[in-house]
Design a protein around this ligand. Structure first.
Ligand code: APR
Ligand code: PHB
Length: 397
């Protein structure tokens, strides 16, 4: 392997792989290091909602052919509460914008295929990655691969290694401010081999707790139930899951289609932001620096937005010797990150049953917010604009 590269990328999730592709298109060398095997990263089931801007970027990068064929374009979502559905029409409220349903692991598969097709370095099953020298001009990544110790000299390091990665910890103590919030609930998610019961996503508020109807394809439905953050799956045989889903989604004239469950898991809901997102020659992106609760499906979109800003900063640096884009990295990204963080928190607190809501005060507030979001054009537009993706453009002076 080439022991020197321009950008060393740690992590082959959406952040690392999109960055690698953007750099390739700009003629900048990179090496991607991933600690899991290819099969694992290609099959890990995650969220599946792509903002319009994310779709446009994947198409521009030449990795959107299958996405165009198989992605499901949605022009709205349903908010269901009090046993009734209310549609938020994204296209009408946001000048024709929408979202595309396409699993994150499908995006990852397409990006890996494109990188291998271009014959660019992507190393799986790399062990013990260490980040060194980020405060100087020539940082390095040390790691073990195929049993041998390796050293990769870099101009810059991109820490795209997710929340549990090693890059964030390479920043010296006292530099990062960490802000976090753990929500008092999680999601029990299933993938079922059955046709979706609705053409669009359904975010459902009920007195038994939140439920979400999503999908992956015309044959695969993705469903979630609010549960305890550490819920034990052993207490949830398939029949109990369907029973609970039926009860929460109950609405006149609507029926939940059921089929074999092919995947089951519990995800806690949390918010986390570390800032600044850069220290010396190390740039952190995606889940390595921010986690959003899944309620707004912003995680992948934020990861992609970060590396887009980073790739543009690196382009300016390499082609014009101008470091202004790199210096502005944290500020540019955080504007969007904190907006998404607020949106995801807002959706979460509006839709989930709050523990200790003894006299139902919070439930009443939630219903008031939901009524407003579905009745007022201004409120529905705010929801739609954030859902399809807000890039921080200042429209008011
Ligand atoms: N060395 C190399 N690779 C690592 C290391 C390490 N020490 N630690 C973690 N990784 C890898 C993980 O195995 C994973 O493949 O880094 C990758 C990080 O990818 P993601 O967790 O998918 O994070 P990111 O690319 O930022 O994408 C964010 O992922 O969690 C979802 O909802 C989130 O959709 C969002 C997206
Ligand atoms: C999903 O399809 O996995 C999904 C959809 C919407 C969300 C979160 C997850 O808000």
């Amino acid at each position: 392997m080439n022991a020197r590269t321009q950008v060393g990328i740690v992590g082959a999730g959406p952040a690392g792989l999109v960055l690698g592709r953007l750099l390739e298109l700009q003629g900048i060398d990179s090496v991607v290091l991933e600690d899991r095997d290819r099969d694992y990263v290609e099959n890990r089931v995650r969220a599946g909602v792509l903002e319009q801007g994310t779709v446009d970027l994947l198409l521009e990068m030449g990795v959107g052919q299958r996405l165009e064929r198989e992605g499901l374009v949605h022009h709205g979502v349903e908010l269901r509460f009090g046993r009734r559905g209310h549609r938020i029409p994204f296209d009408e409220l946001t000048g024709g914008r929408g979202i595309t349903i396409y699993g994150q692991q499908e995006v990852v598969k397409d990006l890996i295929a494109a990188r291998l097709e271009s014959d660019l370095p992507l190393l799986f099953e790399v062990d013990d990655v260490r980040v060194e020298g980020i405060e100087g001009d020539s940082p390095a990544l040390r790691f073990r691969h195929d049993g041998a110790e390796q050293e990769l000299q870099c101009d810059f390091i991109a820490g795209c290694d997710g929340f549990h990665g090693v890059c964030r910890d390479a920043v010296p103590d006292g530099v990062l401010s960490l802000r976090e919030h753990d929500y008092p609930f999680g999601w029990l998610g299933i993938l079922a081999r059955v046709e979706p019961s609705s053409d669009e996503l359904i975010y459902c508020h009920s007195d038994r707790g939140f439920a979400l109807h999503s999908m992956r394809s015309p044959e695969l439905t993705r469903l979630y139930l609010q549960c305890e953050p550490d819920e034990d799956l052993d207490g949830w045989p398939d029949e109990r899951i369907w029973e609970e889903l039926r009860a929460r989604f109950a609405s006149d004239g609507w029926e939940l289609k059921e089929g074999p469950i092919v995947e089951k898991g519990v995800t806690p809901l949390r918010s986390f932001v570390a800032e600044p997102m850069q220290h010396g020659r190390l740039f952190l992106a995606g889940d390595a620096v921010h986690i959003v609760p899944a309620t707004g499906a912003k995680g992948l979109n934020l990861a992609v937005a970060d590396v887009r800003v980073l790739a543009e900063g690196l382009r300016r640096w390499y082609s014009e010797g101008d470091d202004s884009g790199l210096r502005a990295y944290t500020e540019r990204c955080l504007r969007r990150v904190w907006h998404a963080q607020h949106f995801a928190w807002w959706m979460t607190q509006m839709l989930h049953r709050m523990p200790d809501d003894r006299d139902g005060f919070f439930a009443k507030l939630q219903l008031a917010q939901l009524e407003y979001a579905c009745s007022s054009r201004a409120a529905a537009t705010a929801l739609a604009q954030s859902y399809v993706g807000w890039d921080g453009t200042r429209e008011l002076s």
